[in-house]
Design a protein around this ligand. Structure first.
Ligand code: ADP
Ligand code: MG
Length: 395
């Protein structure tokens, strides 16, 4: 199936309902990190250049169908205005007569932003009536909200059944990079996984047992695998009820000749606040009153080979509690290895992307995904509802 894109529709003079992911941090009534807004600019600029009438829409936070003043998108409209260098009309409702009226006053090449979609209870329920009312505002639907594509909501899935529906440029880039990794990766394929929980990532491990040559595991999720190997992890964050699953995954890797790399040494401390007393320990030597907060230097050295030699590298999840020094060292070292590697590199997951951005290495990564949950589900091989409708629906 091929994705329908902006190349497949005529948007000149037409009203375009543009779903974007403007779910950005807001504090004190102003936008914090605006990278999600910036990520949508190429699509918005193209639509402006093609003289579309742009009606952008997004969710923000979790208002659960209520109007929550702190979760208004008004500050986002202001930031978007600044970034585009053109006025963005903020429309203070999602649907209804006042919205239709405001839209009818827009000219080709102008941009409006609707209020937070999740102020409407029908959004997360994928309510047909809300989908129809959103569709009635426009002639064409463009979805650039990759980060929300794993959810079947009225603005990400439902509306696409009522209008010609295509992917925006960001969505197109995401699907292209992730498909490449999933369907025809340059071998050998190395998966680097970390983060808090095995439970979040079992699906990805299973999918990559079918296609990867190497799977490298760090972060707190490695602790559950260390338990499965019979090590004591002290007070470390782990999921004891998933030890059996971890054992099964280790056996499965063995049977498929997938090399599974686990930490051989780790950085331990009494608590996250005890960084000044952090010490390196072999995995067999973690004391009862200590927790593992990072991978150790021998593990970093071992991980270097399969990252350097990979034709394709996929990284999701930090190697330790990277928010706290000195437990960011393993993550920073892996970030550098992935950035320096010659293979095609893809990084997904909110915290891994934050780590690689903070290290100043994002521009050395071939594809930095804007979707956390969405990129994980894509890599699991699942069909994402927000993408499926852009493949099936015709203009
Ligand atoms: P991503 O957002 O990249 O998918 P996750 O959300 O799965 O990553 O996990 C990131 C979180 O995991 C971070 O908050 C980090 O502090 C935590 N973490 C990683 N390793 C450890 C560890 N050894 N102990 C405690 N927390 C950890
Ligand atoms: Mg996260």
């Amino acid at each position: 199936m091929t994705l329908r894109t902006l190349d497949d529709v005529d948007v000149g003079g037409k009203r375009v309902l543009l779903r974007v992911d403007f779910n950005v941090p807001i504090s004190g009534g102003a936008v914090g990190d605006d990278s999600r807004i910036r990520a949508a600019l190429p699509t918005i600029q193209e639509l402006i250049d093609r003289e579309a009438i742009i009606i952008a829409c997004s969710h923000l936070g979790r208002p659960r169908g209520q109007t929550v003043p702190d979760l208004t998108l008004r500050p986002v409209a202001d930031r978007l205005s600044e970034l585009l260098g053109t006025n963005v009309t903020f429309i203070s409702e999602v649907v209804g007569e006042s919205v239709s009226r405001a839209v009818s006053e827009l000219h080709p090449g102008s941009v409006a932003l609707l209020e937070n979609l999740r102020f409407e209870a029908g959004e997360e329920r994928n309510d047909v009536d809300l989908a129809r009312r959103l569709a009635a505002l426009a002639d064409v639907y463009v979805n650039d909200a990759f980060g929300a594509a794993h959810r079947a909501h009225a603005s990400t899935e439902g509306v696409a059944h009522h209008l010609p529906a295509v992917a925006g440029r960001l969505m197109e880039r995401e699907v292209h990079a992730l498909s490449r990794v999933l369907q025809h990766p340059d071998p050998p394929l190395t998966l680097v996984l970390g983060g808090a929980k095995v439970s979040d990532k079992i699906g990805v491990i299973e999918a990559f047992l079918e296609r990867a040559s190497n799977i490298l595991i760090g972060g707190a999720m490695a602790n559950t695998f260390l338990l499965a190997q019979g090590y004591d992890v002290g007070k470390s964050l782990a999921e004891p009820d998933l030890v059996e699953t971890a054992s099964r995954l280790i056996t499965s890797a063995d049977q498929r000749a997938v090399q599974l790399w686990l930490p051989t040494d780790v950085v331990v401390a009494a608590s996250p606040d005890d960084g000044s007393n952090a010490a390196v320990a072999l995995v067999a030597e973690v004391e009862n009153d200590k927790s593992i907060f990072d991978i150790g230097p021998d593990t970093v050295a071992a991980f270097a080979g399969p990252i350097r030699d990979a034709g394709t590298i996929v990284w999701n999840g930090p190697m330790g509690m990277f928010e706290r020094e000195p437990f960011d060292e393993g993550t920073n070292a892996v970030a550098k290895l992935v950035a320096d590697a010659s293979g095609f590199s893809l990084v997904g997951g909110g915290d891994s992307v934050a780590a690689i951005t903070r290290a100043g290495l994002a521009d050395q990564i071939d594809h930095v995904s804007t979707g956390g949950g969405a990129s994980l589900e894509f890599l699991e091989g699942k069909t994402l509802p927000g993408i499926a409708v852009l493949e099936a629906n015709g203009a």
